[in-house]
Design a protein around this ligand. Structure first.
Ligand SMILES: NC(=O)c1ccc[n+]([C@@H]2O[C@H](COP(=O)([O-])OP(=O)(O)OC[C@H]3O[C@@H](n4cnc5c(N)ncnc54)[C@H](O)[C@@H]3O)[C@@H](O)[C@H]2O)c1
Length: 434
């Protein structure tokens, strides 16, 4: 089942980074409105170059189109692909408007074709671990979620100089114009909706906080670069999300139940460690002590911050360990790669494509379904559009709650059994007993 890629810009290289780990993904070739760019990546990665989108869509060997074009082109390119009888995997957000999104989901259904959309981080080991912790009741009944998306004051980091591996500039002005909420909301909404189901209503606030982030003209100039939203899930959970490019990097995900907290530092590393902190009176009281709050050595015995739990398997593990693709062990390049991965973590953006291919082969529904994507798209628009006076919106879209994937259900530990009292409480108990 061959895949044709349309759009060879900055994000293209993210996919290429982990592609070799998934031998089931066969890339037929690439195309881009910018011929020079398509030729560059075609040479860089040894891929066939199609001169035009039409030429690619006419290739009967291609079953799936991966649409990595700029957001404004998503609808037109995905529509043309569906009309040509191809399944579609789109970068996020699916489209620029809800009408366009509905048009694509309707067209895909009418033609019996698949429509899938990034991001894929809900399939990661980290998200699956959080999901299984909730399913096991290890934090009791989940009540509240805090999800942060401060993505650094990027305007201070010379974004005009950023280049992808094969040389594509980071389209920073376009990112400002689309807005960090539009660009990033899907990363948190994906795992939240996978675990907690559809949202009933959302109340949001959004505003420009950095009118001076660039001296270049922006069209439009008033796209919010800050947003916060409270989501009321049908399942009873409430989540608060924040998006900005003013605050220093903070991508934390914290699920708070009536018996404890499960947390991970970032969605961006698909193997990011997950901690489990049961509510224990000793831990809760210790959190109020200044010396514990300011000294990480003291936190551990009191159980503050919880303990790291073994990760669930990712839904689609790469064919081989990432290290197998790093190059010869003696090479300084290999060490640089490993150091980089250890420090920054790694997204496996290809996971969503692997899921789509597997679902088609196994003749089962894929994640995320078109209904799920419509819901995430509606939420994304609602959060970004709220404005400085704030707005509440009842969701018009929805989807059937998802089951925990079988690989997680069967492959992850029983996290309830790992929710132990803090070390000091266990020691004090042992002293009292004997
Ligand atoms: N830049 C990032 O860090 C990043 C990360 C994750 C996801 N994304 C998403 O990936 C998508 C692409 O973003 P990007 O940063 O790679 O943008 P980009 O501007 O670097 O690349 C987009 C490419 O699409 C091509 N293109 C535009 N319209 C086209 C059309 N009609 N037909 C064929 N080619 C067309 C452009 O020539 C360009 O090469 C967006 O949906 C974005 O939200 C970007």
């Amino acid at each position: 089942m061959k895949i044709g890629i349309i759009g060879c810009g900055y994000v293209f290289d993210h996919y290429m980074t982990t592609l070799p780990r998934h031998p089931g993904l066969i890339i037929a070739g690439v195309t881009d409105l910018d011929q020079t760019r398509a030729e560059t990546v075609s040479r860089f990665y040894g891929l066939r170059h199609y001169a035009t989108t039409d030429e690619m869509l006419a290739d009967p060997d291609i079953a799936i189109i991966a649409n990595f074009t700029s957001i404004e082109a998503h609808h037109q390119v995905s529509r043309a692909a569906l009309l040509a009888g191809k399944h579609v995997y789109s970068e996020k957000p699916l489209t620029m408007t809800m009408d366009q999104a509905r048009d694509l989901t309707g067209l895909a259904a009418e033609r019996g074709l698949r429509l899938s959309c990034a991001p894929s981080n809900a399939l990661s080991a980290t998200a699956q671990t959080l999901w299984k912790i909730v399913a096991d009741g290890a934090i009791g009944t989940p009540r509240m979620v805090y999800a942060e998306f401060d993505d650094n004051p990027v305007y201070k980091l010379r974004p005009e100089d950023w280049r992808s591996r094969s040389g594509a500039p980071w389209p920073y002005l376009h990112e400002y114009e689309m807005g960090c909420t539009w660009e990033h909301a899907g990363y948190h909404l994906g795992w939240l909706c996978a675990i907690f189901g559809p949202v009933r209503s959302v109340t949001s606030f959004s505003k420009v906080t950095l009118p001076d982030k660039t001296d270049q003209p922006l069209h439009p100039a008033d796209t919010p670069d800050y947003a916060s939203a409270s989501l009321d899930f049908h399942s009873g959970v409430v989540a608060r999300l924040t998006f900005s490019i003013a605050g220093p990097t903070d991508h934390r995900m914290r699920i708070i139940g009536d018996k404890g907290v499960a947390a991970a530092d970032t969605y961006r590393d698909y193997d990011c460690p997950v901690t489990l902190e049961p509510f224990h009176p000793l831990t809760l009281k210790a959190r109020n002590m200044r010396s514990v709050r300011t000294n990480t050595l003291l936190q551990k015995p009191f159980g503050v911050g919880g303990r790291r739990v073994p990760l669930a398997p990712p839904v689609h593990p790469g064919h081989a360990d990432a290290r197998a693709f790093d190059g010869p062990a003696w090479s300084p390049k290999t060490w640089a790669k490993r150091l980089r991965r250890a420090q920054f973590g790694q997204q496996d953006k290809c996971a969503g494509l692997v899921e789509l291919v597997a679902a088609i082969r196994e003749d089962r529904p894929h994640y995320p379904s078109p209904d799920f994507t419509l819901h995430v798209t509606e939420l994304t628009f609602a959060i970004q559009a709220a404005g400085p006076d704030g707005a509440s919106q009842q969701m018009q879209t929805g989807f059937a709650a998802l089951p925990l994937p079988a690989s997680t259900r069967d492959g992850a530990p029983d996290y309830a059994a790992l929710a132990r009292p803090p070390l000091l409480a266990r020691l004090m108990g042992a002293i009292r007993r004997g």
